[in-house]
Design a protein around this ligand. Sequence first.
Ligand code: ADP
Length: 539
Amino acid sequence: MLSGLMMDYPLTLNAIVEHAKRMSPRKTIRTKLPDGNWHEYSYAAFHRRVRRLGNALAALGVEPGDRVATFAWNNYQHLEFYFGIPCAGAVVHTLNIRLSHEQLKYIIDHAEDKVIFVEGSLLPLIEPIANQLKTVKRFVLFNLAEGQECNLPNISYYEDLMAAADDDYEWRCADENMALGLCYTSGTTGMPKGVLYSHRSMMLHTLGVLAAAALGPTEMDVVLPVVPQFHAMAWGLPYACAWVGSTIVMPGPHLQPAPLADMIESERVTIAAGVPTIWNGLYHELRRNPRDISSITQLVVGGSAMPRGLIEAYERDFGVNVAHAWGMTEMSPIGSVAKLQTRHQDLDAGDCWDIKAKQGYFVPGVDARIVDDAGNELPWDGETMGELQVRGYWVAGGYYKIERDQEHFTDDGWFRTGDVVTIDAQGYMTITDRTKDLVKSGGEWISSVDLENALISHPDVLEAAVIAVPDERWGERPLAVLVPLNGEHDSQALNAYLLERFPKFWLPDEYVVVDEIPKTGVGKMDKKALRQRYADGEL
Ligand code: ADP
């Protein structure tokens, strides 16, 4: 090796906390508490609390490598866990509060969590299984309501532990290849699987998120992560914002459209990030009861496809720019973003919205290809559909405690996303479906996602899900499940509307009206549940 190379400086999370304290000590983290009051403190105070947490964890007997879980909304304490647990060498395991008891128990046992930090309002969701958990030695409580009772065994109170802990602390995460975090996929298409992030992968992901080509928050931004911290690391925003000193606004449990609208207005939020369901709700709220959301420079949306109609509506009605992103728990999660590029500058608004409705270009750090069933690479022509495979600095190389298999990983080192996509000549990707949700009718593919997007752009439709149902003649046929905007719809009118866009064989055989489309723990349409309801004769 040549002499005089750059220093070998580890990619470990403590660098972010230290940098935040040095560079942005007076910038603030604001949390809307369960009682509606605001909590605010500075990055300097945050730094002190993260170090104390390290000592508190040591006092609880937490060793490097131990898994320490969180069961919480987005708030400053959860942010402390995000940093304090990995900086103590342990692994922060974010539990999805919306999972069933069975799934939660499975995940906690599988991860072998030793300690769980539990927020007061969520106690009823975990108490029923607490005595069945095999490895949990201690529950640490915070944000309890006045006089709130608790039926968990082996409890400590977070603030008591912090009060007893010292400020002096040596970080315990010297090696960048140590595990930092554990997040289970939300199980939209199967049993949840654990994705284990390292300090190195998460630090590189954070740099990736900070690139202007990705989300690019800066010190000037006021960032509202509506995406829960228990969903795919809140898309990396907590780490990215702390590194550059953005103001962070944590919504706590206040995720309904009206309080979100109030928060964006009063805090002058510039970047807000959430799934389409949230922005759909906010849009209708703002139409009914206007607020000033003009501070927003990027309404970041991902997790499932943002309908083009909603992107257009935000820009047309409120002048708010939408940044549509694609990612996966397995990708830490950022994969691609649909921002405009030089050649789009002269396009009219309609063409720009078409581009923003795509899942976009791959961010620097992520490499992608599409392949057919036999594994042959397919062209980037915007038409040929194939399975998307990715690799990169923050892409999963396996699942936690599961043997690496060919269903998810290729022999030549790519991760199989399970998304079926096209990529155009400029590298913009469009998701046509998930492999498990495609409808195969008479040997031809029908994209359930395309049908849903078209249906939801019809003025009578509030929500729409399309699922494949077995059909004797065609193998499978599409069935549309609808929530009409005013309780009524006209199937013939919808068919005519779809026929303007798709071939006749794509038209759903039937429209079924429901009160609500079931959602998964992270707010995606739960098509697995819909398929089950259909199989049980309930649709
Ligand atoms: P799960 O796999 O359990 O649903 P994830 O939240 O990790 O949990 O989901 C990743 C998947 O979500 C992607 O593979 C893709 O199918 C879907 N997805 C994420 N972002 C988008 C988007 N912008 N448009 C369409 N689908 C998306």
